[in-house]
Design a binder for this molecule. Structure first.
Ligand SMILES: Cc1nc(C(=O)O)sc1CCOP(=O)(O)O
Length: 199
């Protein structure tokens, strides 16, 4: 599989600000996640529409947690620990693409066995976007990759200069928040990540 670069909204920028950046860097990004834990379904739906209006197709959009919104717009869904379980989602929303966020070897195997289409595994490095937890490094990632067949993207403190390490440990791509959203020049930052992931 072609390696992927995912960008996640961070709940700090407005949806409009996120969509404006997304529209500009669309060529570099494989998946845009709306991860908005404080917004209502209606507000998240408006965010999906903003991305669609920027020319981002629904296949490139991932809605975090809200399977109802994802289903309504034919996007993927990203399931967290507090979300509906992936087997329930796959059973009741046939054909939906569902990613799972996992933080351990055990959870990665369980999510894969229950039908997840891809995993976000983290957090690999320390990150200010989720403070207070030490980075896990790449050891467990390599073990997960030996056991699951679905793509495993890494998340947490991913920077252009640590991509080589995670890719050589077997990651199928990376998911990023601050490295792009809060870069001085998000376009240039997205280009730097993309160069390392896609070439
Ligand atoms: C949203 C998120 N999930 C994580 C996990 O480990 O599941 S780490 C994380 C934050 C990623 O932000 P940044 O790219 O700024 O480090």
């Amino acid at each position: 599989m072609k390696k992927q670069l995912h960008l996640l909204s961070d709940g700090k920028l407005s949806l409009k600000e996120f969509a404006d950046i997304a529209g500009k860097i669309n060529p570099f990004i494989d998946r845009f996640h709306l991860r908005e834990k404080k917004l209502t379904a209606k507000e998240i739906a408006a965010g999906v529409e903003m991305l669609l209006n920027k020319g981002i197709p629904s296949e490139k959009i991932v809605v975090n947690d809200r399977t109802d919104v994802a289903w309504s717009y034919n996007t993927s869904v990203q399931l967290a620990y507090h979300s509906l379980s992936v087997n329930l989602v796959k059973q009741h929303f046939p054909g939906i693409t569902a990613g799972c966020s996992v933080h351990s070897y055990h959870d990665a195997l369980q999510a894969a066995n229950r039908g997840a289409d891809f995993l976000l595994y983290g957090h690999v490095f320390e990150t200010l976007s989720k403070e207070g937890l030490p980075g896990k490094g790449v050891h467990e990632l390599a073990a997960i990759k030996k056991m699951v067949e679905i793509p495993v993207m890494v998340i947490g403190g991913i920077q252009p200069d640590n991509l080589e390490l995670v890719l050589s440990a077997g990651a199928d791509g990376a998911a990023v928040m601050s490295g792009i959203l809060h870069a001085e020049d998000p376009y240039h930052a997205a280009w730097c990540y993309s160069q390392k992931i896609h070439t």
